[in-house]
Ligand binder design. Structure first.
Ligand code: FES
Length: 460
């Protein structure tokens, strides 16, 4: 049986492996056929890599294999050829000493996974904190058409009639136990109530922030960030993204077309409006570097000024991602920013439309969850950049989550060598410390990993 290649309008990258009838092609094609693919699928159609950060030990992404099936369905429907590829997955809640230390390693590993293999486009299946930036960084470096699909947040936690958020309440309850205001048994009961479904942290922590950043940058379809993991619309989003990536390959719409200076400025302002994580600073600076866009710490300071935090979510506010979705999600925030003159409306998104075209018709269904600027949580919500002798290269602060009475404070410094030293001493009654002291880690990153505290890694 002879092989007639390429119905596709132009020869794609994957044809270097599968196009023609050379000995090498037959070697590559023949091996893939051991999975039962019919010969006519090798007709030059785009191979779409579904880069999956699923892992049993990244429970936040534990449902991504199901979502991958929906992505595949979309890719097949649109005339592509999906291949699911497991990639480095660093979970925030299990990886020691800190998932942050492995973001760059993950990005490098995934970059080579894309570069060394026959993919014409990539769907980035991500969720937990570091998985989203590491895959975006890898895709940006390779600059093949790519689209982000996040796994979505968990449903609300509920405990004794109260909403409880991932992280936020863990710290709160653990302090309550220490203070004798809560029993250990109650704490265990709360544990069962905290993580009720598949998905990422349900507060505006790093995972929700980075999902929002991907959407604000234009790297995900509109509305992606807030759909709960278990909502059927999350699966629809996955399938639609599978369809869309095939067209993106056809149009040769690449990360470098989307990740422009304008897109980063939109994301920085969005981070202020949602009360997003300080970790976004570290990740967006790294991503900008991958595409050669000049973004600095000073841009965060400059652009964040005057952006009110309007999303009333923990840890800054009172609700969780589920309510954010019901209120309309990130598109409502982007519309608010655009109407306030704080969004570059012409920034391109993976849909092929501008960001303004994606959000101009949306409605805010709950003005207590997404507030009008006049009732903002914090009038100046953008990340504040601090400099001084403790952090000569700069540190960042999230004003919406800061205690106002501590914004100006003078106190005695209690210095710990590193996080291990802190953990060993902090519960010691003999430690000379009181509530007015400022705690400083000399080597501020996990296990003394240098430099990370300079950009505020410890923030939610
Ligand atoms: Fe994985 Fe929060 S720990 S999303």
């Amino acid at each position: 049986m002879s092989f007639t290649p390429a119905k596709w309008p132009r020869r794609l990258r994957s044809q270097e492996w599968y196009g023609g009838n050379s000995r090498d092609t037959i070697y590559h094609r023949g091996w893939l056929k051991n999975q039962g693919y019919p010969h006519d699928l090798f007709d030059g159609r785009p191979i779409i890599g579904i880069l999956n950060t699923w892992s049993d030990l990244t429970p936040c992404n534990g449902h991504l294999r199901e979502l991958a099936e929906k992505v595949k369905a979309g890719v097949w429907e649109a005339g592509g050829f999906p291949v699911e590829v497991p990639v480095f997955s660093a979970s925030e809640n299990t990886f020691r000493p800190s998932a942050m230390m492995f973001r760059n390693l993950a990005a490098l590993a995934i970059e080579e996974t894309i570069r060394g293999q026959p993919m014409d486009g990539a769907v980035l299946l991500v969720g937990c904190d570091k998985t989203t930036p590491s895959l975006m960084m890898a895709a940006a470096s390779c600059d093949i058409p790519s689209i982000v699909v996040t796994g979505g947040p968990m449903l609300n936690g509920w405990f004794r009639g109260e909403r409880i958020g991932s992280g936020t309440h863990l710290w709160k309850f653990s302090e309550a136990v220490k203070a004798g205001e809560m029993t250990q048994d109650e704490f265990l009961e709360a544990e069962q109530s905290m993580s009720r479904s598949s998905g990422t942290c349900n507060t505006m922590g790093t995972a929700s922030t980075m999902a929002s950043m991907a959407e604000a940058l234009g790297m995900a379809l509109s509305g992606n960030a807030a759909i709960p993991a278990v909502d059927s619309r999350r699966r629809v989003m996955a399938q639609m993204s599978g369809r869309r990536i095939v067209q993106m390959v056809k149009d040769d719409l690449k990360p470098s077309d989307i990740l422009t200076k304008q897109a980063f400025e939109n994301a920085i302002r969005t981070n202020g409006a949602i009360g997003g994580s300080t970790n976004a600073v570290v990740h967006l600076l790294a991503l900008a570097g991958r595409v050669g866009v000049d973004v600095t710490l000073d841009d965060w300071d400059r652009l964040g000024r005057g952006v009110p935090t309007i999303v009333n979510l923990m840890p800054s506010g009172q609700y969780l991602m589920e309510e954010f979705f019901y209120a309309g999600g990130l598109p409502v925030v982007l519309k608010h920013l655009a109407e306030a003159g704080m969004l570059h409306r012409d920034a391109l998104t993976v849909s092929g439309a501008t960001i303004w075209d994606e959000v101009r018709e949306v409605v805010n269904w709950n003005e207590d969850v997404i507030r009008p600027a006049a009732r903002a949580l914090t009038p100046e919500g953008g990340i504040a950049v601090l400099r001084g002798n403790l952090a000569p290269n700069g540190a960042v602060l999230k004003p919406s989550a800061a205690s106002p009475h501590l914004l100006t404070h003078r106190g005695r410094a209690v210095v710990f060598e590193d996080i291990d030293d802190y953990k060993a001493k902090i519960e010691d009654e003999a430690l000379d410390i009181d509530e007015t002291c400022v705690m400083v880690l000399k080597n501020c990153g996990p296990r003394g990993y240098p430099g990370m505290a300079e950009v505020g890694n410890m923030g939610l």
